[in-house]
Design a protein around this ligand. Sequence first.
Ligand SMILES: CCCCC/C=C/CC(=O)SCCNC(=O)CCNC(=O)[C@H](O)C(C)(C)COP(=O)(O)OP(=O)(O)OC[C@H]1O[C@@H](n2cnc3c(N)ncnc32)[C@H](O)[C@@H]1OP(=O)(O)O
Length: 359
Amino acid sequence: MRTSQKDFNDAVSQVKLLKEDPGNEVKLKLYALYKQATEGPCNVPKPGMLDFINKTKWDAWNALGSLSKEAARQKYVDLVSSLSTSSKSPSPETPAADRKPPEGNSLVVTSEDGITTIRLNRPTKKNALTTQMYHDIIAALQAASKDESTITVLTGSGDYYCSGNDLTNFTHLSAGGLEEMARSGEVLLRDFVDCLIDFPKPLVAVVNGPAVGISVTILGLFDVVYATDRATFHTPFSHLGQSPEGCSSYTFPKIMGSSKAAEMLLFGKKLTAQEACARGLVTEVFPDGTFQKEVWARLKAYSKLPPNALRISKQIIRKQEKEKLHAVNAEESSVLRERWLSDECMNAIASFLSRKAKL
Ligand SMILES: CCCCC/C=C/CC(=O)SCCNC(=O)CCNC(=O)[C@H](O)C(C)(C)COP(=O)(O)OP(=O)(O)OC[C@H]1O[C@@H](n2cnc3c(N)ncnc32)[C@H](O)[C@@H]1OP(=O)(O)O
């Protein structure tokens, strides 16, 4: 049966009334079919590589090739009809376990029992680090270095510890364009890592789930790393056309030996918590069921130790390395700035974003 113009127009109106967001992939299909149905095959110029969202839309439309307007209309109507059916009988109430946890402040800082805790709090984004969060963590570390607490902890909310740099940071271009974004990224990265290098009190990572990218590399700058046995450690820099940061080009070979470090930093080998512990990146692994209880009990006991003794001991341990670490950080940040401007990096980020382009 042929699809009439009216069926098509009705389907277009129906999309606007859908009760549930059909997700980016479906919206991309709808967009492409709509364009094909109304304008025919894509013959407009391809948007620039940095115009991620429009490029994704263009790719989807262009992929329909020479599909006729009539066939595109039919496919559009069929797709909308399948969506309307699946959203017609929603369950009266979403079970609590399926509801997304509310997202408030992306960083939550608390101080209790001699411990200042900096908690990454974007669970629905796997605690990916936005530009603002780097600034906020710097501010939180600076405050913690001067507060009454003995120990400072970094941890995450939800099932992830942290999924690394938020890849959408790359889409927030200012008037200075990509060059300016890379320049300010270099400065922010260097300041962020410098702050960890100089942090004067015991710094503990409570790794409550998988860790990716920069959240892994900076672990070499922590004094102690406790991980749940659910955690994994992944540095997919080559896959992203990027290069190591967080002083990992220096700390990882030192911690685990050069070939094991290369396996992680060059080839992006993902480690289990046990493997990371065997390589010396993690101090101790705990069963997930008792992780929080055991770790916090341990930290509370440590926080009763004399704070000045801890500071002075940390200073002696870190002193030998500080200059070297700052130099490594400056070089890694500068190399990364170049990487961010490379086609390899841009393509990798465009590919991540194309799976989530908002229409
Ligand atoms: C000052 C600048 C300093 C820069 C320093 C540079 C650092 C380098 C790095 O950190 S490199 C590492 C970058 N991170 C990644 O490549 C991870 C990308 N994310 C993933 O691969 C996956 O999301 C996952 C494996 C972490 C989790 O997969 P899963 O299937 O379990 O969950 P979703 O993919 O559905 O994720 C849920 C939503 O969270 C969004 N998200 C997750 N990670 C990131 C991220 N790093 N950046 C941006 N967004 C992220 C994901 O897109 C989902 O969002 P949606 O619900 O809106 O679709």
